[in-house]
Design a protein around this ligand. Structure first.
Ligand code: BG6
Length: 471
């Protein structure tokens, strides 16, 4: 059961969800700073103004991660700390903060794994159309180049974007994320293309610098499976994977969009406005992509539908990731199944879906290098006599790490695992109620940190390189 010595045991976070300090030391406002202040947009109106104050307490947090034996910390850079307006004027204090954070990781031998974009966009760029405006890609490439020049001597792993599907779909289909637009598939597909183009340009720029690190991007990995083996539902699963997996993975790994989806978007007038030059850049960049990051929480169970069905309204108590909704084109809907296990927020718990999905990916794309850049359990952790007893999280991570090992044994090329999350943080829509971390943050007691049961468990797993996992 041992994982190879060069497999990284990590944990992750994102700037808006942990840093706080939203206007400290010259940081500019972002889309999320604005969006969370609109009444009704987040659970109990929570926002990241203070979050868990990682900006001011990063030394304490990194020391705890080191004590846990963490080998790598995935965090994101807030673009607006570095370019308060998105482009133009540079804020040296923002650069200093990330230099300090990186150096603090390296002091303990923790590999910094840096995400350049985890959804917090400088507000002026949001106002000018966000990712619908092609100038945003220009600004992004400049920002990324600055990060490479400032941090690339010590950071050897860069992720360009986190989960394009989420900020595009929640921004332009469900309206749950900024800019809060609903049911606009034309914009949704346009955003995905503009982001893939920005990704491609960025990795070409990175390679020109000869920093000899790795660069890739992180996608949601939510493979679709049919609820039964009827041909109609098998077709629904294939269709869902074309739109949910191939549309996102093909342009990055193969440098072109899947024909099946392109044809349907053409017929329905939803094809993004793209130029031949953009498509050529995407093609040129594909072989330069060093890895793919997968964020796996749950698979999708799908069934074919014959006529349009109503969209399920998800409350903030509930969650946007829970099943029940039709696809945008009303070909299928996602289903909650009686024989499956679910979290309190209705996300399916399926380590077997993880293995099956990973093998499916290998069969389609070959042995590309993968990192599991997120996987974890959102829960309300029980506190018993002052101790945080997050046993369900231990079980969840145990089973998903076993799934990763099984996939490796079946030939899938996985080089690391990042639990979501290192420390309790702000869930975008579910506030602080939903916890993910190994480190508990006491919001009633000045944000004091406390080690959870899972903290000690993960330390043991890392120490034994997985040998102590329960099978
Ligand atoms: C991923 C995101 O989609 O899911 C994280 O990259 C997020 O930022 C995580 O926190 C869990 O989602 P949620 O809605 O439970 O916070």
């Amino acid at each position: 059961m041992k994982f190879a010595n060069d497999f990284l045991f990590g944990a992750a976070s994102a700037a808006y969800q942990v840093e706080g300090a939203w206007d400290q030391d010259g940081k500019g406002p972002t889309n999320w700073d604005e969006f969370t202040k609109i009444p009704g947009k987040t659970f109990e109106g929570t926002n990241g103004d203070v979050a868990v104050d990682h900006y001011n307490r990063y030394k304490e947090d990194i020391a705890l991660m080191a004590e846990m034996g963490l080998e790598s910390y995935r965090f994101s850079i807030s673009w607006a700390r570095i370019f308060p307006n998105g482009s133009g004027e540079i804020n040296q204090k923002g650069i200093d903060f990330y230099n300090n954070l990186i150096d603090e990781c390296l002091k303990y031998g923790i590999v910094p794994f840096v995400t350049l974009y985890h959804w917090d966009l400088p507000l002026p760029l949001e106002k000018e159309g966000a990712w619908l405006n092609k100038n945003t890609a220009d600004a992004y490439v400049e920002y990324a180049k600055l990060c490479f020049n400032e941090f690339g001597d010590r950071v050897k792993n860069f992720i360009t974007f986190n989960e394009t599907v989420v900020f595009a779909a929640l921004g332009y289909m469900s309206g749950a994320h900024p800019p809060g637009i609903q049911n606009d598939p034309k914009k949704y597909f346009q955003v995905t293309h503009n982001v893939f183009y920005a990704h491609a340009r960025t990795i070409i720029e990175y390679k020109k610098l000869n920093q000899f690190g790795e660069i890739g991007l992180s996608h949601v990995f939510s493979p679709a499976f049919a609820v039964d083996d009827s041909p109609a539902n098998e077709f629904a699963a294939e269709h869902a994977n074309q739109f949910g997996v191939n549309w996102f993975y093909d342009p990055i790994l193969k440098g072109e969009y899947p024909e099946y989806v392109v044809k349907q978007l053409e017929e329905s007038g939803l094809l993004p406005d793209w130029t031949l030059e953009e498509l050529a850049v995407i093609k040129q960049a594909a072989p330069l992509n060093d890895f793919m990051g997968l964020n796996y929480y749950q698979p999708m169970r799908v069934e074919k539908i014959e006529q349009p069905v109503e969209q399920v309204e998800h409350s903030l108590e509930n969650s946007t990731g829970s099943p029940g909704n039709p696809s945008f084109d009303h070909v299928f809907r996602t289903v909650k199944m009686d024989d499956k296990k679910y979290t309190k927020w209705d996300w399916e718990i399926s380590p077997t879906g993880f293995v099956d999905g990973l093998v499916m990916l290998k069969d389609q794309y070959g042995q590309i290098k993968l990192y599991i850049t997120e996987n974890g359990l959102g829960d309300e952790d029980p506190i018993i006599e002052g101790a945080v007893c997050d046993i369900p999280r231990i079980n969840f991570l145990n089973d998903h790490l076993c799934a990763v090992k099984e996939a490796i044994d079946r030939g899938v090329h996985i080089k690391g695992f990042y639990s979501w999350s290192a420390i309790d943080l702000l869930s975008w829509l579910n506030g602080y109620k939903k916890q993910y971390g190994f480190i508990y943050v006491d919001h009633q007691n000045g944000l004091a940190r406390k080690k959870k049961a899972s903290f000690h468990w993960y330390k043991e797993i890392i120490d034994t390189r997985g040998e102590s996992l329960a099978r």
